[in-house]
Design a protein around this ligand. Sequence first.
Ligand SMILES: Cc1cc2nc3c(=O)[nH]c(=O)nc-3n(C[C@H](O)[C@H](O)[C@H](O)COP(=O)(O)OP(=O)(O)OC[C@H]3O[C@@H](n4cnc5c(N)ncnc54)[C@H](O)[C@@H]3O)c2cc1C
Length: 453
Amino acid sequence: MTPLGSTSVLPSAAVGSPDARLVIVGGGQAAGAALKTLRQLDYMGSIVLVSDEAFAPYERPPLSKEYLWGMGQDLRAVAPDERSNEQLRLDRRVVSGDVASRTLFCSDGSTLSYSALLLATGGVPRRLRVPGAELGGVHALRSAGDALSLRRSIERCRQERRTLLIVGGSWIGLEVAAGAQAAGLDVTLVEQGGRLCSRTLPIAAADWLRRFHVSRGVDVRLGCSVLRLDGDADVRSAQLSDGSALPVGAVVVGIGIDPSTSLAEQMGLQVRSGIVVDRNCRTSVPEIFAAGDVAEHVCPWHRVPVRIETWDNANRQGAIAARQIAGSGAALQLVKPVQALGDDLQGPLEGASDRSCTAPPWFWSDQYGVNLQVIGAPLCGDTVLAGAGGNATVDSPLFIYLRGDAVIGAVGINRPREMRRLRKLLAERSDLQRDALIAEGFDVAHAEPALCS
Ligand SMILES: Cc1cc2nc3c(=O)[nH]c(=O)nc-3n(C[C@H](O)[C@H](O)[C@H](O)COP(=O)(O)OP(=O)(O)OC[C@H]3O[C@@H](n4cnc5c(N)ncnc54)[C@H](O)[C@@H]3O)c2cc1C
């Protein structure tokens, strides 16, 4: 993994006026990455972080992996060891804010003033909207608390030899399915769409993943949804759209998140699919930044406004926002007119002040001990390169996608070495051409049309 801030040159002197007052709303990955970066920069202003969770920022990826299965007992802190200029205010929400007076209002009745504000509010899991969705044993998986209560339900499922039903064929559901299957549970996964991970994977890669899970014994049902859940206090059965009634012991709902934009909306910031930010994570109000799952930006790889819900993006954007805040403390005092972000969002990337905002998106998943990685925007490809194991029959396929002649993305299954190299190459050269890829030693002689939708 790329160390935080590896692409930037850190100033040697402490930055940020001691009078500067930064408030970070949210206590997740992006908030933690911002804190870490501000420490690296020796930021001298005061920092107040407000989180509605009971813990300081912690890593979420283990929640659907080792933590869920009781293997990593402790939460992994994103930014351990509080500094004297930092204050963590946990277990409370920021409920509203006033842009004119730069004031925030918290659920415990307190108010906070800020000179700069970072919104890192993430998102909340979408709920299943069917009868019975409120029964016990029906779980979302976003927080440490969610993981602990799911762990208890899974244990009950195992003791009672009942099926674990996963609703939604996306990354979190698939990781839970893999872990549960490996732990000896019967697992059924329903996905209402025609393939797994349709928002991130082209057809060939998604199909490989489906066959992988089926080969491990998961009952994967595509084009299938839950009509209702039944039980007394706890869920006992699920009526599915394929006509079957499935006895179940617990249900995991992994059907995506809704970004937590209500505070931004109430404060009058520009919000579309998320809080709209420019390449420096600045919102439509100059002294307010947003980062992570909640932020919508124009990704140079997707070429359209997107919200990217990955660990890497949260780290990167948290760090970018922190560098902006630390580096522009004085400028923040100037009253800039609130302007539409449209021009800036569509503008050329050459002016980007932070190189890490042009590096390709990246994420990973671990399933049955197999490492899956996605780089860039594979769904934007028109051609897939075969010959690098890029056919769906091999155990460790590498799918490389081109738009025109330029590499636009890749999906690698148990190919960490190649994916690391590709990621580095694409970070250095965002216009990497097919010929150059071959010259780098990738065996990608054969091309065929990419089926992305
Ligand atoms: C179970 C799980 C497994 C994952 N695995 C992977 C993986 O393998 N690979 C990968 O790349 N990504 C993975 N991710 C995604 C990655 O963890 C997220 O993209 C990342 O955590 C997003 O960080 P964030 O800071 O934007 O949001 P979050 O981490 O969700 O943090 C937002 C925080 O803000 C708080 N908050 C919201 N509103 C308020 C308010 N008004 N006042 C106070 N606090 C507020 C929330 O409670 C939360 O603590 C996983 C996510 C989950 C949930």
